[in-house]
Design a protein around this ligand. Structure first.
Ligand SMILES: *Cc1c(COP(=O)(O)O)cnc(C)c1O
Length: 395
């Protein structure tokens, strides 16, 4: 690679996303790494640590992205790419010993919650779900006063999905470590440009690379990052043996997407702030969650541990004379012409959906809750579209 970790350590994240993971600065080298399509590698000796071995163990196309992501999250070790965010969740959960206790936000990403619940139903782990914004309640779940066992793992999402609750990440990591638990943070919503969980005490950071990091809604990928060599080698072993590996083409697309991450995050965060302020003042909106709004319950905490407030907004649509809140929310989504009605988030295009249309969504998520993932279009175009669709709710 052209810049060693040493050299890029002094560069800002906005530069690292552009400069990291390029081929050597030598005459006639390409400026972008190639895609390596090979299931095995020429080998002359016995398999050693440095050998690539086989296509499930390693692929040169993964390396630039893994190095860049490790560096962005503040680790000395490269990240690990996976076939999807959920493959990364599976690998992270494998760190819990048999019968161990997992403490997880009750509003975690639905797939993560389903996986953890199924492990608990089969008796492999014990699951305790908590309101992650309530620090004392989480502390109690990690190390209960009574005879119940202390946690083996604390799972953090902040902001949570889709209620946008904000955890006191450092305080909770300290409590988890005091109880002997490891801390995994799903940082998909924030990206390392907005929040660096390893620097706030987490042991492992998880990304659905599908979302902001790749950023164009054209790949499904996941990643984990840790600065603990022991944990990394356990995760790597899990990836090799369980086989949730990334395709080389997807890995290459993710690096290509990462190049513009700083610009995309800057634009979408700025637009989200503008839209949140306007939505908060709109009579058709019953309530809004966006940590950037000073009135939001998570605002002060988010301001301390994030650089910006992300670009996910959740609104609850008010019932009208004729429509329930849920029906009004559906009608709003259908009346939009520019915003795309689709699940997922973090792409260049703005997406919107009513969350409870997913049957896996917890019943504690209100029926009229609509999640907006703000993209990089012109903010006034985004607002005009929302405004005309909100107006259609009256008619
Ligand atoms: C999408 C998502 C996941 C799952 O990732 P996939 O790439 O869809 O497997 C996990 N966590 C969060 C916060 C997500 O948004």
């Amino acid at each position: 690679m052209s810049l060693s970790e040493h050299q890029t350590a002094s560069l800002s994240a906005e530069t690292v996303v552009v400069a990291a993971g390029r081929p050597p600065r030598e005459r006639d080298q390409p400026v972008n790494p190639p895609i390596t399509l090979s299931s095995t590698y020429f080998g002359t000796g016995p398999l050693g640590d440095g050998d690539r071995g086989y296509g499930r163990y390693s692929n040169p196309t993964w390396d630039p992205f893994e190095e860049a992501l490790g560096e962005l999250e503040g680790s000395d070790l490269p990240g690990l790419l996976y076939a999807s965010g959920l493959a990364a969740v599976s690998s992270a959960l494998s760190l819990i010993p048999a019968g161990g206790v997992l403490v997880m936000p009750s509003h975690s990403y639905s797939g993560s919650l389903v996986m953890a619940s199924e492990l608990a139903q089969k008796g492999f782990i014990e699951l305790r779900t908590v309101d992650i914004a309530d620090t004392d309640a989480v502390r109690e779940a990690i190390a209960p006063a009574g005879p119940s066992a202390a946690a083996s793992m604390l799972w953090l999402e902040s902001p949570t999905y889709p209620m946008l609750g904000i955890a006191d990440m450092q305080a909770l990591a300290d409590a988890a470590h005091a109880a002997g638990a490891i801390v995994v943070t799903d940082n998909t919503f924030s990206t390392p440009l907005v929040q660096q969980p390893l620097l706030l005490g987490s042991d492992v950071v998880l990304h659905s690379v599908t979302k902001y990091l790749a950023g164009h809604s054209d790949v499904v990928l996941g990643a984990l990052v840790t600065s603990n060599p022991q944990i990394r080698s356990e995760l790597l072993h899990h990836r090799i043996i369980h086989g949730g590996i990334a395709g080389p083409f997807e890995a290459w697309l993710a690096l290509r997407g990462l190049r513009t991450l700083a610009l995309r995050v800057e634009r979408s965060q700025a637009s989200a702030m503008v839209l949140a302020e306007r939505l908060a003042a709109h009579p058709a909106i019953e309530s809004i969650r966006f940590p950037g709004l000073p009135a939001d319950p998570g605002h002060a905490r988010a301001k301390e541990q994030m650089k910006g407030f992300g670009s996910i907004i959740c609104i609850q649509v008010a019932a009208t004379g004729a429509l329930s809140g849920a029906d009004a929310a559906d009608k709003l989504v259908q009346a939009l012409r520019l915003w795309l009605p689709a699940t997922s988030l973090g792409g260049v295009e703005s997406l919107i959906e009513r969350r409870r249309r997913h049957t896996a969504e917890p019943a504690s998520v209100p029926e009229n809750l609509v999640r907006l993932s703000v993209g990089i279009e012109n903010v006034e175009d985004l607002w005009s579209d929302l405004e005309q669709a909100l107006k259609a709710l009256d008619g």
